[in-house]
Write a protein that binds this ligand. Structure first.
Ligand code: ADP
Length: 473
């Protein structure tokens, strides 16, 4: 079965609509990580999972995807309750995307091939791809279910065992779907979910000598700590999906109304809590004033409220800490001389709701243009020519994603090649199919997830070399 650790100490998980406690959840610490890793080691070293046929593994994962779909409504409700995101988005996008991701990797399970290498000399050389072992995975709170799928899908398809730590703010959906994976037929100890805190459970997982690989999604600061813990312990390889300050570039030939709508979604989606949020809206000077006016009107039309109500586009921020941090950035924007076009305050007096906020006249050196805010704050910057905007778009420590909005294919192609980012969306944004690789240049990450690229993160490569003798006949 999927082991869910531990029993004993608990911590509260909170409803961001009200700040009230939803439930108390078992709190894993270093000792629980030891037990989870031991269970995963046993499952990997002695259990049936890595020894099953790949087709059998494929079928377990396909059954799991079916179960996710059958329980769509319950999972979506947990995701919205724990994380504050509109139910329509959880039910219509996040849960179906998680099922799609599991099916995508189920399909890969029996398509992972080795090779025969034509090396020089009389040798028969095979290259085998083997599971890497016990994978430690740490996920964030902004897309808890989807991050579970991106991490667990490829790891299990390749035949590994997993210890996964959920984010302290959002433990519920992963615990629920872990029980579905059990129901789908996953053998005992193959998946171990440990809810708990970063510096205790998370750090123990990163430092553990029995863990063969780490995958992390979260902030750049925490990513650095994780890489260090991995290096200091057993040099386990690490993939990191970290922060961003992604440019969304609106060229002078763009349809302004469409560009306004897309730029709006690029920054405000998921309450602005996306690592790839289009958080620097660069607009050509010839359409700038019109763009700012229309962006203001769009932000003011944005429907903010209880995420369980129909038609709501934006729910509360995840918790009080993020809420305060976001309002601190609003103050910084005003203090540094940006024009506050709309919003800028909390909404209502209860929960963690923030008004959709638009700043114009933002300059590259301002904190709101440099640091990741992770909130519903749009910063609109002006540019004159394409070379200039590409230079400015690239002048950041991050390199996760970018959007380019233009009517010219030539401009789109040239700019896409010039941007130092892991994803460029042309005339679209936030397209996340399981088959499309995702990850960052520079301090936005190490490695790629999704598509076939994730498989390499969870496989070892073994060369088997044997002499080829002249036949005796
Ligand atoms: P945020 O600041 O947005 O919460 P983090 O990067 O701190 O983002 O959190 C993402 C995940 O990393 C969470 O699961 C969190 O518990 C975990 N985490 C935080 N600090 C550490 C740490 N020192 N070691 C391991 N994991 C950590």
């Amino acid at each position: 079965m999927c082991t869910v650790f531990p029993l004993g100490r608990t911590f509260p998980t909170v409803d961001p609509r009200t700040g009230e406690v939803i439930a108390r959840v078992a709190e894993g610490d270093a000792e629980d990580i030891n037990r989870a890793v031991a269970a995963a080691r046993r499952a990997f070293d002695e259990g049936p999972w890595p020894r099953m046929t790949a087709y059998e593994r494929c079928r377990v994962l396909l059954r799991f995807a079916d179960l996710i779909e059958q329980h769509n409504d319950e999972i979506a409700a947990l995701e919205s309750w724990d994380g504050g995101k509109p139910l329509e988005q959880s039910a219509g996008a996040e849960v179906p995307m998680a099922a799609r991701c599991m099916r995508y990797y189920a399909g890969w399970a029996d398509k992972i091939h080795g090779m025969v290498v034509p090396a020089d000399g009389p040798h028969h050389v095979q290259v085998l791809r083997e599971p890497i072992g016990v994978a430690g995975q740490i996920i964030p709170w902004n897309f808890p279910l989807l991050m579970f799928a991106w991490k667990v899908g490829p790891a299990l398809a390749c035949g590994n065992a997993v210890v996964l730590k959920t984010a302290e703010q959002t433990p519920l959906s992963a615990l629920y779907v872990a029980s579905l994976l059990h129901e789908a037929g996953l053998p005992e100890g193959v998946l171990n979910v440990v809810p708990g805190f970063g510096p205790t459970a998370g750090a123990a997982l990163c430092s553990h000598m029995g863990v063969d690989k780490l995958a992390f999604t979260g902030s750049t600061g925490t990513g650095k700590i994780i890489l260090e813990l991995a290096a200091r312990s057993n040099l386990k390889p690490v993939t990191l999906e970290l922060g961003g300050k992604s440019p969304f570039i609106v060229m002078d030939d763009a349809d302004v109304d469409q560009a306004v709508e897309l730029a709006h979604r690029a920054i405000f989606f998921n309450q602005g809590q996306c690592c790839c949020a289009g958080s620097r809206t660069f607009v050509h000077e010839s359409v700038y004033d019109e763009f700012v006016e229309k962006s203001k009107a769009r932000a003011q039309r944005r429907v903010v409220g209880d995420p369980f109500k129909k038609g709501v586009e934006q729910g509360p921020q995840i918790d009080g800490q993020q809420f305060k941090k976001i309002l601190g950035y609003v103050k910084s924007g005003v203090d540094s001389g940006a024009t506050l076009v709309t919003g800028g305050d909390r909404l209502g007096s209860r929960g963690f709701y923030v008004q959709p906020t638009v700043f114009a006249d933002v300059e590259d050196e301002m904190k709101i243009a440099k640091e990741e805010i992770f909130g519903p704050i749009q910063s609109i910057l002006k540019f004159r020519d394409v070379g200039e905007v590409v230079r400015r778009a690239n002048a950041t420590q991050y390199g996760l994603a970018a959007g380019v909005f233009t009517g010219s294919l030539d401009t789109a192609n040239a700019v896409a090649r010039a941007l130092r980012v892991g994803t460029v969306w042309v005339n679209c944004y936030d397209v996340f199919d399981a088959a499309i690789p995702f990850g960052g240049y520079k301090m936005s990450g190490v490695g790629r997830e999704k598509g076939p690229y994730s498989l390499g993160n969870y496989l070892q490569t073994k060369a088997v070399v044997a002499p080829l003798r002249d036949p005796a006949w």
